[in-house]
Design a protein. Structure first.
Length: 52
């Protein structure tokens, strides 16, 4: 039972770090993809000149 004294704060800390990283990614437009893979695969010029 004493191990819960250590595990609960550690899990809350790791969860908070993960949540902070998720909000940081949202704020910095990490998930922003205006064209999307569904549109990109249909274009012919993508095969000839792939993005670097």
């Amino acid at each position: 039972m004493n191990v819960l004294v250590y595990l609960i704060p550690i899990s809350l800390l790791l969860g908070g770090i993960g949540l902070a990283a998720f909000f940081w990614a949202l704020r910095n437009d990490q998930f922003d993809d205006p064209e999307g893979n569904s549109q990109r695969i249909l274009r012919d010029d993508y095969d000839k000149h792939p993005r670097a």
